[in-house]
Design a protein around this ligand. Structure first.
Ligand SMILES: [Fe+2]
Length: 296
């Protein structure tokens, strides 16, 4: 397996030739070691198809899951739902930890590029530990002393569309025992409220600023319900514009990019790295997977 350092701060590139992926020359255990050390690994030169990308991922001792919890639709690329399209739209998406507004975010995030856009459409990256170090002492202390609360409301007509035969109470009963069921409650109008309080620093790596705060507020128009912001401080204080402004300033200072080439794919540590996307125009085909755990 031929590897080289990628960026100054993080990242590693595994270089290969077409077909090399399929004959066992790239060792999953070795790749997992690289992800742990470098945060993100980019595979270049393998000319991987979506099928190659899926088969390679399936050879890892991890569990792949479907996408859940986003504000935008993600079309399934494979029938099993473990390979899905990028967030729809062509807009800029600020840095975030994937599904970090949920209790159990994935451990690894996988991307594959079938068709890079001609203009923009880079996957952006930043190291959460560097992000923490770039926060002003004031904001860092504010976040260290105050957890944040994500709150999403799913209107009755939305959840009823997929579960027409259940009442809200029956639906709660049906999901009882799942890791997030205790975070969901029924509102008087039978909307479902999901409320999750957590630190902005990863519970798996407390030195790393990894969360969905800026992303949720950027997407306010999609997430907000009943005029409430989708994320506030635990004590219900609003996360003010000066905080958001500083977060975007840090992002601009430390951001790096994956400039995709056809057949590239990448795997990143979702508890250390944050990712996003630059705006683009024209066609672009980038798909992703999320995985949990390490079955050893
Ligand atoms: Fe994402």
């Amino acid at each position: 397996m031929k590897t080289k350092k990628w960026l100054d701060k993080f990242g590693c590139i595994v270089e290969g030739t077409p077909g090399e992926l399929l004959n066992g020359q790239v060792n999953p255990a070795e790749v997992l070691g690289l992800i742990e050390k470098y945060g993100v690994v980019l595979f270049r030169g393998f000319n991987a198809s979506v099928e190659n990308f899926k088969d390679f991922g399936d050879s890892f001792p991890v569990r792949f899951g479907p996408y859940g919890g986003g504000a935008r639709h993600r079309p399934n690329i494979t029938p099993d739902g473990t390979v899905f399209g990028a967030s729809t739209g062509t807009h800029y998406i600020c840095l975030h930890g994937e599904m970090y507004h949920h209790k159990n975010p994935p451990d690894l995030l996988w991307f594959h590029c079938e068709l890079p856009s001609l203009e923009g459409g880079k996957t952006t990256l930043a190291d959460g530990e560097e992000f923490t170090n770039e926060l002003s002492p004031r904001l860092r202390a504010l976040f260290e002393e105050n957890r944040v609360k994500y709150n999403f409301v799913t209107p009755k007509e939305v959840w009823k569309a997929s579960k027409p035969d259940l009442s809200a109470i029956e639906l709660l009963e049906a999901i009882k025992g799942t890791p997030e069921s205790d975070l969901i409650s029924v509102l008087p109008d039978e909307s479902l409220s999901y409320e999750y309080v957590t630190s902005v620093f990863s519970s798996r790596n407390e030195k790393a600023y990894v969360n969905m705060v800026a992303n949720c507020l950027q997407d306010n128009h999609k997430y907000a319900t009943a005029g409430r912001p989708p994320v506030v401080f635990e004590n219900d204080n609003v996360i003010g514009p000066e905080v958001i402004e500083e977060l975007f300033a840090v992002e601009r200072r430390i951001i790096e990019e994956i400039v995709w080439e056809t057949g590239d794919f990448a795997i990143l540590d979702n508890h250390r790295m944050m990712h996003g996307r630059s705006a683009f125009s024209g066609p672009r085909k980038v798909c992703s997977r999320i995985s949990y755990g390490l079955e050893t």
